[in-house]
Design a protein. Structure first.
Length: 409
């Protein structure tokens, strides 16, 4: 039967059976590393795969700097010139550029024949396909970062509330957690640490979806209501007065100083939070209402079209996605595993922040990847949000501007 399936794959997709051409080949893999520890880990993983795979495949891992996204540009130029690696780390946001020039291999045929395919959540496959306009699976899942809500259990206890289970509960918690704790008539603890500056579009998206809106139609009544909720938090004084200009550093500083009771970020901030508060910090997944969404950051892997040993290359990508490489990398980096089996390991289940990240992963997604997205994120969104929060434009006017800025109409 396996032989029949393999021959069918050859006929339909031009693939050979896994074991047929993999033995004795070398795969070159490019990657970036945020720290020396990450770099050392990738080299160890390449050596481990080379030593343990049953098909004699050798992986040579070559490191290049991320350079603020310059890595993607360098990979593109090299591939367009006919060079480059067999496989590479990549971001979802790069999909349109590479697929438009047919530089990445559609991995769907490989995944369909892969025994471990169901170890990865269907929602993640769908997100990846969506980045390529649903024309194929051009990236192999590797690891993610998922936004969730940090909160102070002691503050929740002080006002007699529990972790919000619904979107409406969350809005009510923002109100109840806003307090004058010293009796001087001034608010000194705000319920929600709002990020109005660049980067704030990610937590803001949860409000749009919570009301049943979506990024496809930002001017819909539901999307506008989500925007109104966001504006009302600021208007009613449940977020700091600096919120329109607060970025990452400000929301984290406000939370750590006790100025805010809740704020939104991912697991990358957890060690700093625990250093500050010890046990008096926890997290929960942003709760759903009519809809539910949170933002996902990603690092995936791709196979370049110039790869001559695609079956061997996929073996390496599979090792990173669901094999030992998945466990090793996520353990060292603290990123969220994409493999359901790795997610269930004690090291991940016993981490309260990792556990919340895993809980939120099935409804995590990304913003539409369009030619307008970069300008929308960097300028249109923060400028429009600032005007809305300061009362210069209505929620409907703001969402119309955001709709036109992103979609052109």
């Amino acid at each position: 039967m396996k032989r029949i399936i393999a021959l069918a794959l050859v006929a339909i997709f031009g693939l050979s059976a896994y074991a047929a051409d993999a033995k004795g080949v070398t795969i070159t893999h490019w990657y970036w590393a945020d720290t020396p520890a990450y770099s050392q880990t990738m080299q160890k993983m390449a050596a481990d795969f080379t030593a343990t795979n049953a098909k004699g495949i050798t992986v040579v891992a070559q490191e290049y700097p991320w350079d603020g996204g310059g890595y993607s540009e360098m990979l593109f130029r090299t591939a367009m010139g006919g060079g480059g690696p067999d496989t590479s780390s990549a971001k979802l946001t790069s999909t349109p550029l590479f697929t438009a020039n047919k530089l990445w291999v559609d991995l769907d045929p490989f995944v369909k024949a892969w025994n471990d395919r169901d170890l990865i959540n269907t929602a993640l496959y769908d997100t990846i396909r969506g980045a390529g306009a649903n024309k194929g699976l051009f990236l192999m899942p590797w690891n993610t970062q998922v936004l969730y809500v940090y909160y102070r259990p002691s503050m929740f206890k002080a006002v007699g509330i529990s972790v919000p289970k619904t979107y409406a509960d969350f809005l009510e918690a923002c109100k109840k957690l806003t307090r004058d704790t010293n009796g001087d008539g001034k608010t000194d603890v705000y319920g929600f640490g709002m990020r109005g500056a660049k980067g704030g579009q990610e937590p803001w998206g949860s409000f749009v979806w919570g009301r049943g809106g979506s990024f496809k139609d930002l001017a819909s009544p539901a999307s506008i209501q989500g925007m109104q909720d966001y504006m009302d938090l600021f208007k009613n004084g449940y977020a700091p007065p600096t919120a329109p200009t607060d970025g990452f550093n400000e929301i984290i500083a406000n939370f750590k100083s006790g100025k805010t009771a809740m704020t939104i970020h991912h697991i990358g901030s957890s060690s700093g939070m625990m250093s500050t508060f010890g046990d008096d910090v926890a997290a929960f997944a942003f709760p759903g209402g009519v809809g539910r969404w949170t933002s996902m950051g990603d690092t995936e892997n791709v196979m370049l079209s110039g790869c001559k040993n695609k079956e061997a290359a996929f073996e390496w990508l599979a090792y990173l996605a669901t094999g030992k490489g998945q466990e090793t990398w996520c353990t060292v980096t603290g990123n969220v595993p994409v493999s359901k089996a790795v997610q269930q390991l004690p090291a991940f289940q016993n981490s309260k922040f990792m556990k919340v990240s895993i809980e939120a992963a099935p409804f995590a997604g990304i913003f539409p990847i369009l030619d307008t997205t970069t300008e929308w994120i960097n300028n249109i969104w923060p400028n429009t949000i600032a005007a809305a929060l300061m009362g210069k434009i209505s929620a409907a006017e703001a969402m119309k501007q955001l709709q036109v800025g992103l979609w052109g109409k």
